[in-house]
Design a binder for this molecule. Structure first.
Ligand SMILES: *Cc1c(COP(=O)(O)O)cnc(C)c1O
Length: 620
């Protein structure tokens, strides 16, 4: 059986017994934590590696339809006759959207993550998830024989050989789905209220439908106020506790990377790379790339105005592509250098003989905007672009896009922003800040794998470059863009598996949300800043300019201190730290990006403290 990537959620029903709790909303919009239970379910599915979710809605369908704005991988379809039909009709309605094996779920379920893992890891093809006794009040009992189910009923006396209770999450092969549809079509007329459970029971004789019993599964279906009360008081806290434990206890050995990227990734991003071999010239792969292109633009709110162009390269490749493609022969770019990455942009222009004005700032200092404007004025006639780094990773400083962009607009210049280590970690709005070209890569705050860079281009600015004299070939922005839009294929061989990982990483970003990710990062920074300060450390950059994604820490002036020694000690403990680079005083660097948590930072601080004590290093 191939990897399951699709889930179907049945969400057409009214839920009339719950009206007092959630007014006119569909049941999936009950809320116990910080988001509706349907969104909690979507998040679990994405973390389980599902990247296509189909919701069959009906009653108040617009609530579900609106979720599509937030989750690009979601599709909905409406059961127009939801009031008079059963759940099998809803499942049948979705037949034009389903073309593979899938997980089938109900919308009003609260369940722990391991429910999904259990089904996905089960080697059998068709599996119904069962639990032990819940005493919920309207349980569906399942009769079994060997591995397979025999029948289901709400009355225990209708069950011959009791196997467990139906949870409402099942793994259905495409083959079984087609059989269910064929059979259901013969039943709809006679049984208006035909449910998918009835259909499974009817087919259980002729098809092998298996079960997997998890005795103490934490789950509940919320049908009435009694269920709701039990969910709030008992089940929901239990689910959160168990899911949290899974989050920190990953299956792949976990290193906490405190270097500025590649960042720590989730296991699900790692596993997303294990896919069947596919030729990247196939339509399916073209669609994957197209969706990724669109969603990369969405992350920085450039829908309708911006286009993403992707390259198989590390981040620097994207920068080189941009600088060598968008500055015409007779124009000049002003490059702000307040760290090694600003310097790198200058080096690229040196290498290609691109005309540039170098605006150099001491590493660790903020950009003096008045001096910058003076420099622009001096070169006003020849300049067409300002290029700079958003988060200058060398020192952990955040350069102000809004202010530099305002100056650029005043002199009618375009801006090129290296947002390599801030994209998806700090909210960025390419429209509001009038960003013409923004560059990032797959392996930093978006939390994918290394090997892909991308340039988010304002469409008009990009098209302007169409006839510029070429100084590149592989890395031409416009040519890559037109090749892709014409052929729906990457111009050159893409790193296929890295794309699948990026797809998963983007989905996980939308699940965590823009604010959610920024908040998680910032909370880690707060703990890190305070902890380092308490240990006596000093910081290179003034606090008000901290990007809060990476912190450059001044090295202790103590003979016992040795960076490599400290690095190796911490590496043994699972933490990777990073040396400093060319700042005005010697530093080492700790970043707080990637799938890591406040707990990790606390553990790191404890290990560091122990190291300093053991080696008798005085910090200040
Ligand atoms: C990581 C990074 C880069 C790109 O580095 P690569 O090694 O080419 O991926 C460029 N600019 C900044 C600001 C970075 O943080």
């Amino acid at each position: 059986m191939s990897k399951i990537r699709c889930a179907v959620i049945l969400a057409a029903g009214i839920g009339s017994r719950l009206r007092t709790i959630h007014n006119d909303k569909p049941k999936g919009f009950l809320q116990l934590g910080d988001k509706p239970i349907i969104e909690e379910s979507i998040a679990r599915l994405v973390y389980a590696g599902i990247n296509k979710i189909i919701i069959v809605n009906g009653y108040q369908n617009h609530y579900y339809d609106e979720l599509k704005n937030k989750y690009p991988f979601l599709q909905t379809i409406k059961n127009e006759v939801y009031e008079t039909t059963g759940s099998m009709y809803s499942l049948w309605i979705a037949k034009n959207l389903i073309n593979e094996d899938f997980l089938l779920l109900e919308s009003d379920l609260l369940y722990e993550y391991s429910a999904l893992q259990t089904l996905l890891n089960d080697e059998q093809e068709n599996v119904i998830l069962l639990s032990g006794k819940t005493n919920a009040g309207d349980e569906v009992y399942v009769g079994v024989e060997g591995n397979r189910i025999l029948n289901m009923s709400k009355r225990i006396d209708g069950i011959k050989n009791y196997g467990g209770e139906l949870v409402g999450i099942s793994k259905i092969s495409f083959d079984l789905y087609m059989k269910m549809n064929d059979y259901a079509e013969t039943q709809f007329e006679a049984k208006k209220n035909y449910h998918y459970e009835d259909c499974l029971t009817d087919l259980a004789v002729s098809c092998k439908i298996n079960f997997n019993l998890v005795d103490d599964l934490a789950w509940i279906e919320i049908d009435d106020e009694q269920h709701h009360k039990r969910a709030v008081e008992v089940i929901y806290p239990l689910i959160n506790k168990r899911d949290k434990e899974i989050q920190l206890l990953k299956r792949v050995d976990r290193n906490v990377l405190l270097n500025p990227g590649p960042a720590t990734t989730t296991d699900t991003v790692k596993y997303a790379m294990v896919v069947e071999d596919i030729c990247p010239r196939e339509i399916e792969f073209g669609e994957l790339v197209e969706n990724i292109r669109q969603d990369l633009v969405k992350v920085v709110h450039g829908e309708g105005t911006h286009e993403a162009v992707l390259f198989a390269s590390s981040g620097t490749g994207g920068i080189e592509a941009c600088l060598t493609s968008v500055i015409s022969d007779n124009k000049t770019v002003l490059i702000i250098n307040n760290g090694a990455y600003g310097k790198r942009m200058q080096q690229i222009c040196d290498g290609f003989g691109i005309r540039q004005v170098k605006f150099d700032v001491t590493y660790g200092d903020a950009i003096d905007l008045i001096k910058l404007e003076e420099e622009i004025l001096r070169h006003k006639e020849e300049l067409s672009h300002i290029a700079f780094i958003h988060h200058e990773t060398t020192v952990g400083i955040l350069n102000p896009i809004d202010k530099i962009s305002a100056i650029a607009q005043k002199y009618n210049l375009e801006i090129i922003v290296d947002a390599m280590s801030s994209y998806a970690g700090i909210p960025i709005d390419v429209k509001k800040d009038n960003i013409h070209f923004l560059i990032s890569s797959a392996n930093k705050c978006i939390q994918g794998m290394a090997g892909l860079s991308f340039v988010i281009c304002n469409s008009e600015s990009l098209i302007k470059t169409a006839n510029y004299k070429r100084r590149n070939f592989y890395f031409n922005l416009f040519d890559n863009y037109t090749f892709f839009t014409k052929n729906k294929q990457m111009q050159f061989t893409p790193p296929v598996q890295i794309f699948y990982a990026l797809r998963q990483a983007i989905n996980e970003y939308f699940i965590e949300t823009e604010q959610g990710r920024a908040k998680r990062y910032e909370e880690m920074y707060d703990v890190l800043y305070k902890g380092m300060k308490d240990l006596g450390f000093k910081f290179l950059v003034e606090k008000e300019h901290h990007a809060k994604l990476l912190t450059a820490i001044v090295e202790p002036d103590d003979l016992n201190y040795n960076f490599n020694n400290m690095h190796d000690y911490l590496f043994e403990k699972g933490f990777t730290i990073y040396p400093g680079k060319g700042a005005k005083v010697n530093t080492f660097r700790i970043s707080n990006i990637g799938q890591i948590y406040v707990e990790d930072i606390r553990n790191f601080l404890n290990e560091l403290k122990e190291y300093l004590q053991k080696n008798e290093i005085t910090v200040n």
